[in-house]
Design a protein. Structure first.
Length: 231
């Protein structure tokens, strides 16, 4: 890669870690990780640590998170680096790519650390300040800076306005999402509490699978009604 991804650029003011510290942070989940493997991933353009004047690598928190995702996708999804690289590049550019197995953004939702100001949000989605305020009141948007998830929510809020659906109509969706999150947290909390090698990976996998099933039920319930309308 000729240039660092957006998530790297956004990390310049973050706390920085030496390669030794990165190893200590990641080896609990990836005990076979070595300095050579980290250097190889850098050579392949999957992560771009900063360099001191003396040439030492310094990794931002977002680099560590990115590495965790890369290693997890290799270990659990058996994906080649070429596929992982393209996936991360698409995510960095603001797209919502899917992996070959159909896995969506949730698995690596935090990888891209690019943040958006309110002006950025308006430019990206066409949302108005008044609509932003209404979405905040409904609990759909937080305060700036916004991440990619918030941008997608804002985009949907704008589209729904075409049908006369305002943020206040979506409070039920937010409440339902909060309930689903509560269920997921209840399932994964015991897994995380074990603090064993791979606990975080298993918890993330469980959370993703549960969310996928929730989404399937939700979609089919709505489709069943739409099907009756169209029949």
């Amino acid at each position: 890669m000729a240039t660092a991804p957006a998530s790297i650029s956004a990390a310049r003011s973050q706390k920085l870690f030496t390669i030794g510290r990165v190893l200590s942070l990641l080896q609990a989940d990836f005990p076979d990780l070595t300095p050579s493997k980290l250097r190889f991933l850098e050579e392949q353009g999957l992560v771009t640590p900063q360099r001191t004047d003396s040439g030492y690598r310094k990794f931002a928190e977002s680099d560590v998170q990115r590495l965790h995702v890369i290693l997890e996708l290799q270990r659990d999804q058996y994906l080649p680096l070429k596929v992982i690289r393209q996936y991360l590049e698409d995510l960095d550019s603001g797209k919502r790519p899917e992996l070959p197995n159909g896995t969506g953004v949730m698995l690596i939702r935090g990888v891209s650390s690019k943040k958006f100001s309110e002006l950025d949000l308006i430019a990206e989605t066409g949302i108005t300040p008044a609509l932003i305020a209404a979405a905040r009141e409904a609990g759909l948007l937080e305060i700036e800076p916004y991440d990619h998830s918030q941008v997608e929510i804002a985009r949907s809020v704008v589209h729904l306005q075409r049908f006369g659906i305002s943020p206040r109509h979506l409070k039920g969706l937010k409440a339902a999402a909060d309930r689903e999150i509560g269920i997921i947290e209840g399932v994964i909390s015991p897994v995380l509490a074990k603090n064993e090698t791979g606990s975080r990976s298993r918890a993330a996998h469980f959370a993703q699978e549960i969310e996928s099933q929730f989404a399937s039920i939700r979609t089919e319930l709505i489709r069943s009604v739409i099907g009756k309308i169209d029949s």
